[in-house]
Each structure stands twice: as structure tokens, then as C-alpha cells.
Design a protein around this ligand. Structure first.
Ligand code: ADP
Length: 290
């Protein structure tokens, strides 16, 4: 009996050791697969629904139109929406002898998302805790990104263990962009997001305020639906860069639903101008430091 107990303990220990070995090997492979990616930026929002994915997709498009090679990792397990926003939903990741290849989106952007692995019938997939991280680690260890100027990582919303573990998987992150909306309550969330980046020892590239001011297409009046200037205020208070504001524009939402990046659809809009100005600041900050 004692002997049996001992051997099951031994096999439990062996299993654990094997698991740790696999994790370490996969982390090393991720590092190798990302070796030719010059800059890696995580996009974070302390809470969902503030437009993090829409901002990520449009920033990526703006960076690509600034002659940069771009990859996007949509690491939001529960609501992977980058493929829909960029019009590549329904595509599949392909594989070859060297690994798994991203889906190619507009402007040659390389896109990896869990959406490409899920059934397209909107069936919610229930990912249990550690399974999610195992799946992501395994997937990332095989992705052939090749040479990229930027990889943008759309993290799951919040500042909990999940975005933290994902950010830790990506070796050598340049920093984090925080997306927020102007409301008072969002300012508290931004504080938490900055705390999150400190825990990871990362720099905050800057704060972007989305859904800032709605300009009525009929009368031209501006309505500050979620308040005004909250993003700038909190960035100044916490001494992190403020990158800019994107207006609330129903056409942004319509474009995202139809799979056309807004900055391509309406290159002369106020929002496109803001995205381009923000991208200029990101390039200056990130490439200026390297
Ligand atoms: P998150 O990734 O933070 O959960 P999403 O990017 O999915 O948020 O955006 C949430 C919703 O808000 C979507 O329907 C999106 O189209 C819409 N949206 C995002 N930004 C804007 C904006 N600036 N103007 C209008 N609608 C927006």
C-alpha cells in the first residue's frame, strides 16, 4: 500500500516536471519565433467595451500605411474581434513544415486570433482557466511571424491574471498603450492599468482616449457623451504620455461591423487624422528609443 502511494506521488511529480519542461520549451520557442519582430506593443484597457480592439485595428492599419510591416495578435479569448474588424473572419491559419502561418489581412498585416480556430456559428467556446494559457502558449510557440516592424497585442480586457500572463509570454515588450474613454470611472481604471504595467516593469507608451465627443452629423454640435478630457487629465496626473483622442463616430462602428478599417474608408475624417497623429507619436517614441 505504502509502495503504491509512493509511486503515485512519484508519477505526479514526474508529470509536474514534464509540464514545467514543456512550458519552458514553449516559452523559448515563442522567443525564437518573435526574434525578427522589432517592436512589440501590448494594447490594454482596464475594462471592456471602450473600443480597445477597434483602436488596435486602426492603429495597426495606420502603422502599415506608414510603410511598416505589421502583425496583430488578438489575444482576447472571449471576444476575439480583430478578424471581423479587419474583414478576414472565416479565414483559417495555415500550417507548413516550419510552423503555423498568420492570416494575411489588409495592407499585408499578419493576423493571429483565436477566432480563426473557433467554429463560425457563434457557438461560445468555454475556455477553462489554465487551458486558455496552455492553448495560447502552444499556438504562439508555432506561429511563423517572420520579419515585422511592429506586433500589436490586443490583450483581454481588465488588469487581472489573464492579461498579465499573456504580456509575460511576449519577451521584450516595448511597452503598453492604454485605451480608455473620458468618463470619471474610467480614470480609476486607467490608474489600475498603470499599476499593471508597473508590475510587469514595462513603460506606458501612452494613453488614448476613445469615444471622446460626438459631433452630430446633422447640426455639427459637439456632445461629450462620456465627459471630456478625462484621458488627458489622468495621463497628466500620473505623468504618462497622452497620445490623443478619437471621437465617437457611428461610422467607426459601422465600418468595424463591415470589416473595413475606418481610416481606409474615410481618410479625411477627424478620427483618421487623430489615428495618424497618434501613430506619429508612437513611431517617434518607440523607434526613437531603439
Ligand atoms: P473592446 O475591445 O474595448 O471591448 P470594441 O473595440 O469591441 O471594444 O468596441 C466596442 C464597440 O464600440 C464596438 O461596437 C465598436 O464598433 C464601437 N466603437 C469603438 N470605438 C468607437 C468610436 N470611436 N466611435 C463609435 N463606435 C466605436
Amino acid at each position: 500500500m505504502e509502495h503504491e502511494k509512493g509511486s503515485s506521488l512519484d508519477s505526479g511529480r514526474k508529470e509536474k516536471i514534464m509540464e514545467i519542461k514543456t512550458i519552458t520549451e514553449e516559452k523559448e520557442k515563442i522567443k525564437t519565433k518573435l526574434a525578427k519582430v522589432k517592436h512589440k506593443i501590448a494594447v490594454l484597457s482596464g475594462k471592456g467595451g471602450v473600443g480597445k480592439s477597434v483602436v488596435t485595428a486602426n492603429l495597426a492599419t495606420a502603422l502599415a500605411s506608414h510603410a511598416r510591416f505589421i502583425g496583430i495578435l488578438d489575444a482576447d479569448f472571449h471576444g476575439p474581434s480583430i478578424p471581423k474588424i479587419l474583414g478576414v473572419r472565416g479565414n483559417m491559419l495555415s500550417s507548413g513544415p516550419t510552423g503555423i502561418f498568420p492570416v494575411i489581412g489588409p495592407l499585408n498585416m499578419k493576423i493571429v486570433s483565436f477566432d480563426f480556430l473557433l467554429p463560425q456559428d457563434e457557438t461560445p467556446l468555454i475556455w477553462r482557466g489554465p487551458l486558455k494559457m496552455n492553448a495560447l502558449r502552444q499556438l504562439l510557440s508555432q506561429i511563423v511571424w517572420g520579419s515585422l516592424d511592429y506586433l500589436l497585442i490586443d490583450l483581454p480586457p481588465g488588469t487581472g491574471d489573464e492579461p498579465l500572463s499573456i504580456a509575460q509570454l511576449i519577451h521584450g515588450l516595448d511597452g503598453v498603450i492604454i485605451v480608455t474613454i473620458p468618463s470619471e470611472v474610467s480614470q480609476v481604471v486607467v490608474k489600475r492599468s498603470i499599476g499593471f504595467t508597473k508590475r510587469l516593469n514595462l513603460s506606458v507608451i501612452g494613453v488614448i482616449e476613445n469615444m471622446a465627443g460626438f459631433i452630430c452629423p446633422k447640426c455639427g454640435s459637439k456632445y461629450d457623451i462620456f465627459g471630456s478630457g478625462g484621458g488627458r487629465k489622468i495621463a497628466e496626473e500620473l505623468k504618462v504620455p497622452f497620445l490623443g483622442s478619437i471621437p465617437l463616430d457611428p461610422r467607426i462602428s459601422q465600418c468595424s461591423d463591415s470589416g473595413v478599417p475606418f481610416i481606409v474608408e474615410d481618410p479625411d475624417s477627424e478620427a483618421t487624422k487623430s489615428f495618424n497623429e497618434i501613430v506619429d507619436k508612437i513611431i517617434e517614441k518607440v523607434e526613437g528609443e531603439s
